[in-house]
Design a protein around this ligand. Structure first.
Ligand SMILES: *[C@@H]1O[C@H](CO)[C@@H](O)[C@H](O)[C@H]1NC(C)=O
Ligand SMILES: *[C@@H]1O[C@H](CO)[C@@H](O)[C@H](O)[C@H]1NC(C)=O
Ligand SMILES: *[C@@H]1O[C@H](CO)[C@@H](O)[C@H](O)[C@H]1NC(C)=O
Ligand SMILES: *[C@@H]1O[C@H](CO)[C@@H](O)[C@H](O)[C@H]1NC(C)=O
Ligand SMILES: *[C@@H]1O[C@H](CO)[C@@H](O)[C@H](O)[C@H]1NC(C)=O
Ligand SMILES: *[C@@H]1O[C@H](CO)[C@@H](O)[C@H](O)[C@H]1NC(C)=O
Ligand SMILES: *[C@@H]1O[C@H](CO)[C@@H](O)[C@H](O)[C@H]1NC(C)=O
Length: 322
């Protein structure tokens, strides 16, 4: 009898352990690369995009607007409904086989805040209380000080998936969803989610973050470019080359990155370098000409520190069967 009691206690312990492991799911990241990834933030209340920008310490509003394909004219007071998911771009670093946002965002502790509240209610399960505590070297989670700054370690990864470059997306699981429904929503498959997260449907927990790989566009960016690690997810845009260039990825362009000059008024009178394509006296970045069956685009190929933007002419056939 006593023996059986021990077995049951052991079994219970194992269940508790496996549950706590699955809630504290880290995103695997075995490369040493740095990259830019996305987290999906379900707003806890009706708020503005500007407030969310501040919460995540995003310098330029346009960075968030581009990630969500919102018009560039959108203002900071643009309303975000409660539960509406906003994609937040974050810089990711890999260490010890775990991906984590690079020292951001930083959250300033308010009166009556607790670690659980900050992890679960403010950051909506994108971070767990345990990870928050460990990342900030807090010995007693019940003692946190108003005015203290906490680094929020958001989950991320820079790994290729199925030998393809992807953008890892931290998705907060909604009640009632399954790995299959999540896979369908984001254009991936259930097996990939199982493998990446090490969980099956029985361990899928609402309000916790799982790693969803988003398909990315192919690009002509050179390996020596300063943004050689740039990977742009389906349905999003990014600014690059010191905000001189904006690139978009979507299905309409068959997952080939489309870039164009931003013509932004940049601070400190920064002027953007020429974006003309060599070997063509009329095409500049983003322009396309068609001649017979062939279509030629002046595509983005990266940038260098000396204020140089690389371009390349890409020719594709537009006739069927070729
Ligand atoms: C990284 O992990 C993936 C699977 O998780 C594996 O296919 C790949 O070989 C690993 N790469 C390195 C450099 O360990
Ligand atoms: C945002 O502010 C502008 C003025 O700065 C105002 O015209 C607009 O109505 C406001 N929009 C919302 C959604 O509050
Ligand atoms: C690295 O990860 C292992 C296993 O997750 C953990 O035991 C170890 O403490 C970690 N090391 C550091 C330096 O974080
Ligand atoms: C909405 O939630 C955010 C994040 O928890 C918080 O900072 C803000 O004060 C809340 N706003 C309102 C009106 O409750
Ligand atoms: C964490 O805190 C302990 C004691 O509070 C201290 O000994 C240790 O050096 C700290 N570690 C880091 C990485 O700050
Ligand atoms: C927290 O960060 C803010 C903004 O960077 C800074 O002004 C403040 O001094 C920091 N507070 C502490 C206690 O480090
Ligand atoms: C790409 O995004 C569109 C909407 O933005 C979506 O309908 C489509 O399923 C996505 N495709 C893939 C393969 O991710």
């Amino acid at each position: 009898m006593a023996h059986m009691g021990t077995s049951i206690a052991l079994l219970l312990l194992m269940i508790v352990l496996s549950a706590s492991i699955s809630t504290a799911q880290n995103f695997k990241c075995n490369s040493t690369a740095k990259c830019r990834t996305l987290v999906g933030y379900p707003s806890p209340n009706t708020t503005s995009i500007g407030k969310i920008q501040t919460l995540f310490n995003i310098k330029n509003l346009r960075t968030i607007l581009a990630a969500n394909n919102l018009p560039a004219s959108t203002q900071k007071n643009y309303t975000i409904q409660a539960q509406q998911v906003v994609k937040i771009p974050i810089p990711c670093v890999c260490s010890n086989n775990t991906g984590v946002s690079n020292k951001m965002p930083v959250y300033n502790i308010k009166k009556d805040d607790g670690l659980w509240h900050i992890a679960v209610e403010v950051f909506r399960g994108l971070v767990t209380q345990d990870r928050l505590q460990a990342a900030n070297n807090i010995s007693n989670p019940n003692v946190i000080i108003e005015g203290q700054n906490l680094t929020i370690p958001l989950p991320c990864s820079c790994d290729s998936v199925n030998n393809q470059k992807v953008v890892h997306y931290a998705h907060v699981v909604e009640k009632g969803s399954t790995l299959e429904s999540i896979a369908q929503q984001f254009g991936t498959d259930k097996d990939t989610l199982v493998r990446l997260n090490g969980i099956d449907d029985s361990k899928l927990l609402a309000d916790s973050a799982i790693d969803v790989p988003l398909q990315a566009c192919s690009s002509s960016i050179r390996p020596e470019s300063l943004d050689s690690s740039l990977v742009v997810a389906n349905g999003t845009s990014v600014f690059t080359a010191n905000n001189c260039v904006k690139c978009n990825c979507d299905t309409a362009n068959k997952f080939t990155l489309q870039c164009e000059p931003t013509n932004l008024k940049l601070p400190n009178n920064v002027t953007c370098p020429s974006m003309a394509c060599d070997g063509s006296d009329s095409l500049t970045l983003g322009n396309t000409t068609t001649s017979g069956c062939s279509q030629t685009t002046c595509a983005y190929a990266g940038y260098a520190s000396n204020q140089t933007i690389f371009t390349t002419l890409n020719t594709t056939s537009t006739c069927p069967g070729k």
